[in-house]
Design a protein around this ligand. Sequence first.
Ligand SMILES: [Fe+2]
Length: 301
Amino acid sequence: MDRKTLELLIAEVVTQLPGSIRENIKNVEFIIEDLPHPSLSRQFGNNLLLGLYQGIPLPKRGEGYTFVLPDRIVLYQKNLERVVGEDNVWREKIREVVLHEIGHYFGFNEPAIQELMEQLDHVKEVRPMDDFSNYWKWIQEVFHNDEHMMNHTRKVFGYCVQILPDFPTMSEQGKRMTLLAAILHDIGILEAAKKYGSRMGKYQHIEGPPIARTLMMEAHECPEVIERVTFIIGNHHHLFQADGIDFQILLEADMLVNLANERIVPERLAAFIERFFKTTTGKRLARDKYLSPERVKGQKK
Ligand SMILES: [Fe+2]
């Protein structure tokens, strides 16, 4: 593999990322080197190092972050050649390593990176995120760059993208409503905390819709979309009251993320999942994620 081709493969991975992620990769250089310095290899237990992220992860960049040398994402060609071997799975391997290091840049830990990669596998097929790049910028402002909220929102969006193909006959507008609801569903959370000293759903239901409405009007969404999305946002903690598939998909996506923090005893979890999840994909994802034998065992401890 020559360097130039390798560079092109890296560029391909980056340009194919959803807009919301790509546009947030700032001041990062992608570099190819033959091998890591021996001291670096030692530092990583002499494991075959394929790539490395060095720099200041995005969540750690505060106001003083100016005139700073770019972060480096380094790929080690000779090590990559060893793992790729004869199979020539270059594209896949490069994608895996680049996404992994980008995950570190976003400050994700290993499980979060794994989840991001799984989600991106599905996003590849639908790729609707690009149309929403303004919204991603806006919510980042509304959330004051709160990485937890941004991550939460990205994950919910990712799950909606995975569930949507269950409904191939859904209109483009329906899909747009679902995805907008995903991006904007928690938009009132900080305002609720500020006004009522509480992030409870009932306060978010009051504060979220007007903020979402303003953003959607700025984006010239059509009135039906604005009405529907604000309605979903204003009711999205009423778990069993979805009145349409767009609403249900949002609830399931949000629950797929939130179940990790929900205190449901393992015995009841299965029943809850069966009752709550209605879409085929939502149900499958919930079972895979929360009812796997290792997971249930872990919870019982
Ligand atoms: Fe949420």
